[in-house]
Design a protein around this ligand. Structure first.
Ligand code: NDP
Ligand code: 13P
Length: 346
């Protein structure tokens, strides 16, 4: 696996392209922005997203999707969830059926409530769905690009596909685990952004560490409740794509979701916060998707419900916090009647 296409040249795509280049892969990094392509090729920089870090000469940028993917042994899709279907459908004519397809996007499709692997599978029917790999875990681009020690996890229906992705990406500062639980990784990766928005909100409101710990812990409980109803292994949420990513995102200055929540907690309006960020804040759309998924799967998700009302119905964050604290008293741990966890064959 020597040639890898990375779509797109946002912060996470560029950081993953650097990991691949450090592993000796030839990387074609696609962007729809000609100026960014020129900057990467001529100056080896992607200043808008990753400041002044120098990129490897093994990374070549292109604005042609065909050129990026047609000779690629592997394609790494890192498009924000809102653009995944469009980009997947545009590459369809050029993707061969044995290409390794990995995605590292954290979100669900608005409207259909499809996961990203379902969207990719719809648009690229030539790829065996069991060979679509999900990459998730606690991994801020700003730290990966500086080669800070990072651990992630990849999941696919076929062990061999997950191991191929592991081989492609693992190195001395980027440790990659495998897991058969595609649903668990996709639910954990997407929904932690809701809780990160909430953690930012509580910090913006001036609540303390107790409130943040409560939000992380009870947030994890509702993520696991929905994930399990969708067929995930509850233990996945005790791993990198669950508690690992929650800790990294809810406590980090790098997190766009935390930063957006913080500004909302200080009284800013959602539209202004998103405009100022200039980068993707997946948690906003994911709050809507999770609110709808909780109804589809008949799962109680009080934090998601309150955040939905704050983001989309003008509820005050303070009242949302009061309402969460004033819920009817309940047990901490729920009975789980039967769990059927995904497993690899053989
Ligand atoms: N940043 C991180 O540390 C991590 C991010 N992720 C996930 O990775 C995904 C991408 O996030 P990230 O790289 O941070 O986002 P950024 O905001 O850094 O960059 C997003 C990029 O996507 C481009 N883009 C958006 N929509 C389209 C489209 N329809 N077609 C083509 N290009 C498009 C934007 O281009 P333009 O500027 O032209 O709009 C921009 O270059 C998200 O799901 C995020 O949750 C996961 C782990 C870590
Ligand atoms: O997913 C991430 C870290 O694992 C990045 O989170 P943000 O999108 O909130 O920056």
């Amino acid at each position: 696996m020597n040639k890898v296409a990375v779509l797109v040249a946002g912060s996470w795509g560029t950081a993953l392209a650097s990991v691949l280049a450090d592993n000796g892969r030839e990387v074609l990094l696609w962007s729809r922005n000609e100026e960014q392509v020129k900057e990467i090729n001529e100056e080896h920089r992607n200043r808008r997203f990753l400041n002044d870090v120098e990129l490897s000469p093994l990374i070549t940028a292109t604005s042609s999707l065909q050129q990026a993917v047609e000779d690629a042994d592997a394609i790494l899709m890192v498009v924000p969830s809102s653009g995944m279907r469009e980009v997947a459908s545009r590459i369809k004519p050029f993707v061969k059926k044995d290409t390794l397809l990995i995605h590292a996007t954290k979100g669900f499709e608005t409207g259909t409530l499809n996961s990203m692997s379902e969207v990719i599978s719809d648009e690229l029917p030539q790829i065996n769905p069991k060979r679509i790999v999900v990459l998730s875990g606690p991994s801020h681009a700003e730290e990966v690009i500086l080669k800070c020690p990072t651990t992630v996890v990849v999941a696919a229906g076929e062990l061999e596909a997950a191991e191929a992705a592991q081989d492609l990406l693992i190195n001395s500062y980027f440790r990659v685990y495998t897991n058969p639980d595609v649903n668990g990784l996709e639910v954990g990766g997407a929904l932690k952004n809701i809780i990160a928005l909430g953690a930012g909100l509580t910090d913006g409101l001036g609540f303390g560490d107790n409130a943040k710990a409560a939000l992380l812990t009870r947030g994890l409980a509702e993520i696991a409740r929905l994930g399990t109803a969708m067929g995930a292994n509850p233990l996945t949420f005790a791993g990198l794509a669950g508690i690992g990513d929650l800790v990294a995102t809810c406590t980090s200055k790098h997190s766009r979701n935390w930063r957006a929540g913080f500004k909302l907690g200080q009284g800013a309006a959602l539209d202004d916060v998103l405009k100022d960020m200039g980068m993707v804040v997946e948690g906003v759309k994911t709050t809507k998707a999770a609110y709808e998924l909780s109804r589809r799967y008949e799962v109680t998700m009080p934090i998601t419900d309150e955040l939905y009302q704050v983001l989309f119905e003008g509820k005050s964050p303070k009242l949302a916090a009061q309402d969460l604290m004033g819920r009817v008293r309940t047990h901490e741990i729920e009975e789980v009647a039967s769990i059927s966890s995904p497993k690899w064959q053989g």
